[in-house]
Design a protein around this ligand. Structure first.
Ligand SMILES: Cc1cc2nc3c(=O)[nH]c(=O)nc-3n(C[C@H](O)[C@H](O)[C@H](O)COP(=O)(O)OP(=O)(O)OC[C@H]3O[C@@H](n4cnc5c(N)ncnc54)[C@H](O)[C@@H]3O)c2cc1C
Length: 381
């Protein structure tokens, strides 16, 4: 009898898993994808939207389009898991499964730091990213403060990309000398999981762009007057941009799959949880590196993990042994540094110590990232 594969989440990992399964699953099996949102959002393009280089329609796709690939899409909220009964409780009722792919990402909160929700823009939210774009379009002088409240967060490159793109944006408008850019992070150095030379390279990139970087600093609150209150001192700002606090989704934190910090425990190579046939993929996973840092929550890893789990499941359902392993590597990723420029980034997260390279800015890295965006939003939908 055919099996039911239930995918929770239509973000990067869920969409990749759905598409790979559509290609490789033996006939007769059914794939069901669940998401609370009717649309898939390509998060990696939000920094370009903030500087006016993308419109929302260019980074969103209706998840129902996936039905063209032979699967069923259900728009509903996941509430809890019944791992023993092999069912997922949703607002639309229980959904049973034979195999489960959990790809619900990270829950993003803006209510942990007083004033953040009210007085800071959340650049990881489509609506607020548009409002931020409109705000900076009206700004001719002043100070923009972007802060990271806590670790881990998704898209490690995003705060740097946003600041470097803002630098380029104001430079093109001829007002860069009147706009001060300040980036605050609790990390002791940029990309603290990576070798020191990568952090120094990043500091140089930011320094050359005249962006002030405050490391090892925590923000305590934001007030109506636009002041950002730090562990020591305060900074007045004309625009405050704040990355949300990230945590495991509420519906999973108390499940038997969750580790002590709420992120899901999986085998680091197969992504299978301790419940056979239940896999967790992408940002929802909590894996530690040899340095003790979290495995970076990036789309590249979410995508590769989905490929591994989907292909192994297809092999298993064809009576063969799983052959694919997630190895913690990524090459050909890009971090944007300006409109039409970026750096190539590669990662070897499972190496001890982890490895990372960041090239000098060049036009090719920008091109690769934008081609990948087009590929993702056309090939998968
Ligand atoms: C601004 C920004 C820039 C980034 N840039 C890059 C980059 O350049 N390169 C890179 O590799 N990565 C980048 N990332 C990170 C990358 O986007 C994420 O790592 C990736 O999207 C994680 O995929 P995911 O499937 O685990 O989670 P998500 O893509 O977040 O998807 C989770 C899905 O689950 C759904 N969901 C959540 N809870 C529920 C529930 N209870 N019920 C129903 N549905 C639910 C959500 O609606 C969502 O569709 C960036 C991220 C951001 C925010």
């Amino acid at each position: 009898m055919g099996k039911t594969i239930l995918i929770l989440g239509g973000g990067t990992a869920g969409v990749a898993a759905a598409n790979v399964l559509a290609d490789v699953l033996p006939p007769g099996n059914q794939v069901v994808l669940v998401d609370r949102s009717p649309v898939h959002l390509f998060l990696a393009s939000l920094p370009l939207l903030i500087v006016g280089r993308r419109r929302p329609a260019q980074l969103t796709r209706e998840l129902s389009l996936l039905e063209g690939r032979g699967l069923k899409f259900i728009q509903t909220e996941v509430q809890s898991l019944d791992l023993v009964g092999r069912a997922v409780l949703t607002q639309a009722g229980p959904l049973t499964y034979d195999f489960l792919f959990i790809a619900l990402g990270a829950e993003r909160r803006t209510d942990q730091i007083p004033g953040q929700k009210e007085w800071a823009f959340n650049p990881f939210d489509l609506q607020e990213a548009q409002e931020l774009a409109a705000r900076i379009a009206r700004l001719h002088r002043g100070r923009i403060v972007l802060f990271v409240p806590s670790l881990p967060f998704t898209g490690e490159v995003a705060p740097y990309e946003i600041m470097l793109l803002l630098h380029d944006y104001f430079r093109r408008r001829g007002v860069r000398s009147q706009v001060e850019l300040v980036l605050i992070t609790p990390e002791e150095r940029p990309f603290s999981f990576a070798p020191q030379k990568i952090s120094s390279h990043m500091e140089q990139l930011l320094g050359r762009a005249g962006i002030t970087l405050l490391t090892g600093r925590r923000v305590h609150s934001v007030n109506k007057a636009g002041e950002v209150l730090l562990d020591q001192g305060r900074l007045a700002a004309d625009v405050v941009v704040a990355i949300p606090h990230h945590q495991a989704p509420a519906c999973l934190r108390s499940s038997p799959l969750a580790g002590p910090e709420g992120w899901l425990d999986v085998d680091r190579h197969s992504l299978e949880t301790r419940f056979p046939g239940v896999y967790a993929l992408g940002d929802v996973v909590g894996l530690r590196l040899s340095t003790g840092h979290w495995l970076p929550k990036v789309g590249f890893f979410a995508h590769y993990q989905a490929e591994v789990a989907a292909r192994n499941l297809a092999l298993q359902l064809s009576g063969r042994d799983p052959a694919f392993k997630f190895l913690g590597g990524a090459a050909g990723a890009s971090m944007l540094t300006a409109f039409r420029r970026g750096c190539f980034v590669s990662l070897g997260a499972y190496s001890a110590p982890p490895t990372m390279t960041v090239s000098n800015p060049n036009p090719w890295a920008y091109l690769v990232k934008t081609i990948f965006e087009k590929y993702w939003l056309t090939a998968w939908f």
